[in-house]
Design a protein around this ligand. Structure first.
Ligand code: ARG
Ligand code: ZN
Length: 886
């Protein structure tokens, strides 16, 4: 719907009256419109008079005409909801004007000093962008465009300045005053206030500015860098959280060490501060020298955090630390280049976690996330290239595509170059662009030059959206195998026609009859179709392809069930083993859900999967961490993708039934083995190095047993809950109980809440477990939870813990009544005026309607139309809803 061009005739036409309530369609920003800014701002001085409901900001900007930009006799300083209280140029009152939210100041000479005063109310800032209050403290979030909510400024990443910041406020309320860089002075006043002055010597864009003021304590430990400098590392939290910060601090040290060893990057300040806040839109933020984190990615101890939570803390701490080079020292020229820092930094944090915890399991996890979050995005109305061409609201582009596919694209370059040559490429990149605001093109050119690759055609990965599909066929010719690969890149919004892209695939040709494993090699499919000749390792060749998931593509092939079973049991690439099992399960489940299998095929498929499960349960050579991966069935979201191909639509009800049916079949056929596994795993103590894997398979065993025999499993799960000495076991048991209709469920849920009612992150888990549950009454339960005294729409973690979880619960969300859809649409409408960024994140779940069967699709689309008709939408939500309806 095109609101701006709708003729306005509000009287008598309710639809138009509604539409007219969105006064202006937010403008589209185009990548090709980039121009350098007319002014440089080498120095910024900020003075904050801090208060929770009233903060005064005085900003002094030293500006100089930019010789590399068009001549300008005004400067545009971006604002968002600000009023200038005073504006001077070189000390004299200026002749300023407003253009929308921006401040326009005339400037005659080549250099000036502009001073602007503004006042803000941090407590009223429910968007959590700019300066806001959280639990009695003040903190900031400026990426992408939050700095303009603090003061008027050229709020774009290619304007780099050295910041000096003075803060002043009541000492009792804000005993700790933090900012970027180093503290250079501080002092107390007689009136109970105090002040501090900070200086960050590294020029940075405004989105990396941060300020924190509050009653905080630190867990500190110095890190000595490779050149022998001592860096003070602090994790700042509220006093009651201090005991849960050791893991974050250790993770920071490990990240610092790893980046020196693996990427040759040393930290460049003497201080590294991390602050945990409980109200935060995203995971964390890499502000120079002062990261601000969601508490979820800082606090962890075994009693309150699962093993997965520990991993997430380690990964996000590493991610933000790695940004110090990939993001801060080299930043982005404009927001279209976001994947320059995000894709690269995600790859860096993935490689780090692989080194910390084992490559195979981490890779399987990362691919699972890509398939669950990015593949659907790439196949839907919100598909965009990793370097988008346009946006209305940049916050909507912090996506799985920019982050995770962006990482995959750089990983492909690394696979083609090899680790050492890739390192030469990244060294050259950091060297060449240190201190600059760079582009994706700069990155690709540095890898080309440094690694010696030709990436001319590879650049298409930056401009083309959509997940390529590679179909595979094979023919034996003498003693070699002719492997024919064909690629297609599907049409996506605005991109009907695609060109073939270079797709690097690690392949090996095994022999089932000879039980022989072939050697691995890398082939690059750069054409629409090409035949590769590969050596045979024996008769009955079985191709193992995209080993280690070298390319983010869908492989289309029809392998025999026996071949998949062979790969699942024998492939020497652990990723390929898990992949074969997934392929086996996807084929069976999609076939079952579409009703295309005969009774015989049905039985044979089920038997093959049960057999493969039995082998992995019995395989003594596997560790439990890997066994746990092999025991995981493909997610329902991924099955939707696999079912919705060509003209066929996904049927959520049929997929859910098929998947639950398979779980029950596995649980009953392997009841003894799973029971034995549960018993064995339960005997492994908490601090045993094998404990993590044991905890993973322990709950997995319960999941299958529960599907087969709910009554007996309720008892076993309750036992696991009661015996638990850690959150992983406790949460796992409660998750299983939540899906069952039994007295143990309500008792343990109540006990869990009573035990943890003062711990917000664990109360979030309590909401999530119920919102995600397989319980038949989940919709009614979620409605009731929204009325619980602990629920609030003001805290993003809490909103996500209930509603994001529910939107990811295929059974509840896709309930045939449409009630799940209505509930999420209501959330979007209620949240949009409070926190548009978080509200807009709920839209993609409804946006998938085109790939869903017609009855549900109509209901989903109807909800999107209802949101659109409500009018007065934020830029964020308007953009996502309108794209979803196009
Ligand atoms: N740069 C941050 C990170 O990758 C994410 C910040 C996004 N913030 C936002 N408001 N969109 O860790
Ligand atoms: Zn990031």
């Amino acid at each position: 719907m095109d609101i701006a061009t709708t003729p306005t005739n509000p009287e008598g036409n309710p639809e138009l009256a509604d539409a007219a309530r969105t006064p202006h369609e937010p403008p589209v920003i185009l990548r090709e419109d980039y121009r350098p800014f007319g002014w440089l701002v080498p120095e910024v001085r900020l003075d904050f008079d801090l208060g929770l409901t009233r903060t005064r900001v005085r900003a002094e900007l030293t500006v100089q005409r930019n010789a590399r930009a068009d001549h300008a006799d005004t400067i545009r300083l971006n604002g968002d909801g600000l009023k200038p209280l005073s504006v001077t140029v070189d000390g004299a009152a200026a002749d300023w004007r407003m253009d929308g939210d921006d401040l326009i100041v005339p400037l005659r000479e080549d250099a000036h000093l502009i001073a602007v005063e503004t006042e803000i109310d941090p407590t009223a800032n429910t968007q959590l962008m700019g300066l806001y209050a959280s639990g009695g403290m003040l903190c900031t979030q400026c990426e992408a465009e939050g700095f303009r909510r603090i003061t008027f400024f050229p709020d774009r990443p290619d304007v780099l300045s050295v910041y000096t910041v003075r803060m002043h406020g009541p000492k009792a309320v804000f005993p700790i005053l933090l900012c970027n860089g180093n503290r250079v002075a501080e002092g107390d006043n007689d009136d109970g206030t105090h002040w501090a002055e900070w200086n960050d010597p590294w020029p940075k864009p405004s989105y990396l500015f941060a300020l924190v003021a509050g009653d905080l304590v630190a867990n500190s430990k110095p890190f000595v860098t490779c050149s022998g400098r001592e860096v003070e590392c602090n994790i700042w939290v509220r006093k009651e959280d201090l005991a849960r910060t050791d893991h974050a601090l250790e993770s920071l040290h490990r990240s610092m060490q790893w980046d020196e060893e693996v990427f040759g990057r040393e930290y460049d300040l003497d201080l590294y501060n991390i602050v945990a806040v409980s109200d935060f839109n995203m995971g964390a933020m890499e502000n120079k020298g002062l990261n601000v984190f969601n508490t979820k990615y800082v606090l962890a101890d075994p009693d309150t955090a699962t093993d997965a939570d520990f991993d997430a803390v380690e990964g996000v701490i590493a991610h933000e630390y790695f940004h110090n080079w990939s993001g801060n020292r080299v930043t982005c020229r404009d927001w279209f280049q976001l994947s320059l820092k995000e894709g690269f930094t995600v790859l860096r944090d993935q490689l780090f976690s692989q080194d910390m915890r084992g490559e195979a399991v981490k890779r399987i996890e990362d691919v699972r996330i890509l398939r669950a979050a990015q593949f659907p995005e790439d196949a839907g109305p919100l598909a965009h290239p990793i370097r988008p061409d346009s946006y209305r609201e940049i916050s909507n582009f912090y996506t799985a595509t920019v982050y995770n596919k962006g990482a995959e694209v750089i990983r492909m370059m690394r696979s083609m170059a090899g680790v050492e040559r890739f390192r030469a490429g990244t060294d050259l990149y950091f060297d060449r662009h240190d201190g600059e605001a760079a582009t994706c093109e700069d990155f690709v050119r540095a890898i080309e030059d440094g690694a010696g690759l030709d990436l001319a055609q590879f650049r298409l990965w930056y401009s083309q959206a959509g997940t390529p599909r590679v179909s595979v066929s094979q023919k034996v010719e003498g003693d070699s195998l002719e492997l024919t690969l064909r690629q297609t890149v599907p049409a996506t919004p605005g991109q009907p026609d695609k060109q073939p892209m270079p797709i690097p695939l690690r392949v090996a040709v095994h022999s089932r009859a000879a039980a022989a494993l072939g050697a691995e090699q890398l082939v690059v499919l750069a054409e629409a179709e090409r035949t590769f000749t590969l050596p045979l390792s024996g008769p009955d060749p079985v191709v193992s392809i995209n080993r280690g998931f070298t390319a983010p593509v869908v492989i289309e092939r029809a392998l025999d069930r026996e071949d998949l079973v062979f790969l699942a049991a024998h492939d020497d690439d652990p990723f390929a083993r898990s992949e074969a099992l997934q392929e086996l399960a996807v084929g069976h489940l999609v076939g079952t859900a579409s009703g295309t299998l005969s009774a015989d095929q049905q039985a044979a498929g089920e038997a093959a999967i049960i057999g493969a499960f039995r082998s992995s349960l019995a395989d003594a050579a596997l560790d439990d961490a890997m066994r746990g991966e092999l025991m995981m069935l493909p997610s329902e979201t991924y099955l939707f993708e696999a079912m919705a191909t060509g003209e066929r639509k996904a049927d959520p009800g049929a997929i859910h039934a098929a998947r639950e049916g398979l779980k029950a079949a596995i649980g009953s056929a392997l009841a003894d083995e799973l029971g034995a596994l549960h018993a064995r795993a339960s005997a492994v103590p908490l601090d045993d190095p094998a404990g993590r894997g044991a905890r993973k398979v322990k709950t997995q065993a319960l999941v299958y047993l529960a599907a087969a025999d709910p009554g007996r499993t309720a008892k076993l799960a309750a036992q696991q809950y009661d015996a638990a000495d850690n959150m992983t076991d406790r949460q796992g048991a409660l998750m299983v109980l939540c899906g069952l209709d039994c007295p143990e469920r309500d008792e343990r849920l109540a006990a869990f809440h009573a035990r943890y009612k003062d711990n917000a992150l664990v109360v979030d888990k309590w909401f999530t477990l119920q919102a995600l549950s397989l319980h038949p009454d989940v919709i009614a339960q979620v409605r009731a939870l929204a009325e619980h005294p602990d629920f609030t729409m003001r805290n993003p973690n809490r909103v996500r813990s209930l509603y994001m979880a529910f939107a990811g619960n295929p059974q509840g969300f896709h309930d045939a009544s449409g009630e799940g859809y209505r509930m999420i649409a209501d959330v979007i409408l209620a949240l949009d005026p409070i926190n548009p960024q978080t509200a807009a994140r709920f839209v993609p779940s409804l946006g998938r309607w085109r790939r869903i069967e017609p009855a549900r699709a109509a209901l989903m689309k109807g909800e999107l139309e209802r949101i659109m008709a409500a009018g007065k939408l934020s830029r964020d939500t308007f953009e996502q809803v309108s794209r979803s309806l196009e």
